[in-house]
Ligand binder design. Structure first.
Ligand SMILES: [Zn+2]
Length: 439
């Protein structure tokens, strides 16, 4: 597989000081790696000469940039999208979400995951971190659609054994696919006991699995953990030895300065979910502080029930606006920083070192997207990064490449019958809803 993206406006997302953050050029991909980042016609000609059959994509008037990385979601929950909105949290969980989940089969989850992955791919998401059940059943979905994934096998206090079996089965099924990694995903410090969290850590260490958890999401969680253990959630996880650079902590809304320092010292990766935090009224996470203090902060949508989509463009905009509002300061979380959260920082959550993923540079993994700027909401272009972060839409994404393979071509997923997928998803959602009503 050889591809040349010609005449693009390139946003490389590299860290090097003094380097242009946007430039015109061409990018060549050989196998699954970026082999060429060129600004001169001579370099392009030399690449074409040494790769005579390469596919050429003309990117005139278009942006080429790293694919977006969604570091926390429950993709299969697309089946429950807008099923129960504007309801208080515990009523929402007890009366709607959990009864619905109880009626879902592994096949239903794979179907919901399919819709979620399709939505993400068409919106320029090339990697996602998932946290749900029956992940071993979803390995095939990820493999087939060509996205990159870290699949977290989730559980509550009573279901660690089920999750362990799911994780081992998922590891086995994903063994031949470099794009898929498996993780262990205890739901949260208030829903999984100290003993089970400790057992989780041992299992993760034994099988070299990274972990993910919802952490300090709401004030109610702080109160519950304080009542149970007389401490705050971060202190609990630190005491249990769960904090490390292979842990993704989703939300982190209610962190004080000391807790932020603790997460930074342990290298924990923070996943910020601005829209979910707003919709569930959890609060505004101290993201500007975390970034200033040197934490690795990434961006995510959370599940389609608390968002209600898997659109990382909206998420970038919302994250920036929420920080500005909560700090009463328009200077915090500028466009470039939020774009870094959604790309280069996100790569860390996927287990890649700096420069290996989430950037346009020679030698990096070729997860790339082409965004069409010929849209009324993206013109004129005073600042292309601002236009993308503050005006960009998922539907502006035209081409998506993951691991050197083109998975979206001119806004279509080759070989996918979308109408059939919508029909199947509608039927499954209605069947489950009926079963819940009859219970
Ligand atoms: Zn979540």
């Amino acid at each position: 597989m050889k591809t040349l993206f010609r005449n693009a406006t390139i946003i490389p997302m590299r860290h090097e000081a003094g380097e242009a953050d946007v430039f015109r050029g061409s990018v060549g991909v050989v196998g699954n790696l970026i082999a060429l980042v060129a600004t001169s016609e001579e370099e392009v000609q030399a690449f074409c000469a040494s790769h005579p059959n390469c596919r050429i994509i003309d990117c005139t008037g278009k942006v080429l940039m790293p694919g977006l990385i969604n570091t926390h979601c429950h993709a299969a929950m697309t089946l429950q999208r807008s099923y129960a909105d504007d309801i208080a949290l515990m009523e929402w969980l007890n009366d709607y979400i959990w009864p619905f989940e109880a009626k879902q089969s592994a096949d239903d989850i794979a179907l919901g995951m399919t819709l979620g992955v399709v939505e993400m791919l068409l919106g320029g998401v090339t990697s996602f971190v998932d946290m749900y059940f029956h992940e071993s059943r979803c390995v095939e979905v990820v493999e087939r659609l060509g996205i990159r994934a870290l699949l977290g096998c989730s559980y509550f206090d009573h279901s660690l054994e089920v999750a362990k079996a799911d994780a081992l089965a998922a590891c086995e099924r994903a063994a031949g696919c470099d794009r898929i990694r498996i993780a262990l995903a205890p739901h949260a410090p208030y829903t999984v006991s100290r003993e089970v969290l400790l057992a989780s850590k041992h299992f993760a260490e034994e099988h070299h699995l990274p972990m993910m958890i919802h952490l300090s999401e709401t004030k109610a969680e702080l109160e519950q953990v304080a009542a149970q253990y007389g401490m705050r959630p971060v202190a609990l996880l630190e005491e249990l030895g769960l904090l490390n650079d292979r842990l993704i902590a989703a939300h982190c809304v209610w962190l004080n300065e000391e807790e932020r320092a603790t997460l930074r010292e342990h290298g924990v990766i923070v996943s910020h979910n601005a829209q979910s935090n707003m919709k569930i009224a959890s609060g505004a996470a101290p993201i500007a502080e975390m970034l200033a203090e040197g934490l690795c902060v990434t961006l995510a949508t959370d599940g389609p029930c608390s968002n209600n989509d898997l659109d990382l463009w909206e998420e970038m905009r919302s994250a920036a606006f929420l920080q500005k509002l909560s700090h009463e300061n328009p200077l915090v979380l500028p466009a470039r920083e939020v774009l870094r959260m959604a790309t280069a920082n996100g790569a860390r959550a996927m287990g890649f070192a700096e420069g290996e993923l989430g950037v346009v540079q020679q030698g990096a993994v070729a997860d790339l997207i082409v965004v069409d700027l010929n849209k009324p909401h993206l013109q004129p272009i005073h600042d292309v990064v601002s236009n993308l972060v503050y005006c960009g839409k998922a539907s502006d994404v035209e081409w998506v490449m993951v691991d050197g393979r083109m998975v979206v071509e001119e806004r279509r997923i080759p070989g996918l019958d979308l109408a059939a997928l919508y029909r199947e998803v509608g039927e499954a959602a209605n069947r489950i809803k009926k079963q819940v009503a009859e219970r």
